[in-house]
Design a protein around this ligand. Structure first.
Ligand code: FE
Ligand code: FE
Ligand code: MG
Length: 183
């Protein structure tokens, strides 16, 4: 299987069903892809929370679970907006892995540090997705614009939460190293 088949496929576009007098088709396409990303994020963080091991495991698991819940809320906001715009949401989970922008990263290594690094990358991908939606809707579709801005703010917060955990671990590792050198 070629590599690009394993993940998100940008060539997989959903053509507008019928005429598009309101010109919403392009925005619906962006929102539908973001919707798939949100579901993958729910699954990724929820699963990671179940398997995470090692340093500050409990704190990381709690953060992952909270973020999974918030990603589900993002999916809900997108579902509503897609339908307000006359679009249809992806109704089958096999669509998530194809129509996404951000790859699903399986927690195959349950080490908390590795999961944090993967989660930071996922949040950065999500931020870029909403940046794109903001650029596409600025001055044109204020409802979608403000929804995307609200979601993006939470993605920025998520990235920061995960990054703080990682930086705490980095700081402790450094401290231990210098402690060892002293002896
Ligand atoms: Fe999200
Ligand atoms: Fe997030
Ligand atoms: Mg948080």
């Amino acid at each position: 299987m070629p590599n690009e088949m394993k993940g998100c496929r940008t060539d997989e576009k959903t053509p507008c069903a019928g005429p598009d007098p309101a010109g919403n088709c392009a925005v619906v396409e962006l929102l539908s892809r973001a919707y798939c990303d949100e579901w993958l994020a729910v699954l990724q963080y929820w699963t990671a929370a179940q398997v995470v091991k090692g340093f500050v495991r409990e704190g990381v698991a709690k953060e992952l679970k909270e973020h999974a819940e918030e990603e589900l809320e993002h999916a809900e906001k997108l579902a509503q907006r897609i339908q307000e715009l006359g679009g249809e949401i992806p109704i089958s989970p096999d669509e998530y892995g194809r129509r996404c922008n951000c790859q699903y990263v399986a927690p195959s290594d349950p080490c908390s540090y590795r999961i944090l690094v993967q989660s930071i990358a996922s949040e950065r991908c999500a931020i870029a997705v909403y940046q794109k939606i903001l650029e596409a809707t600025a001055g044109k579709d204020m409802i979608t614009y403000h929804m995307a801005l609200d979601i993006m703010r939470e993605e920025v917060e998520h990235e920061h939460d995960f990054r703080q955990f990682k930086e705490d671990i980095d700081a402790i590792m450094k401290r231990m190293e210098s402690d060892c050198k002293k002896r």
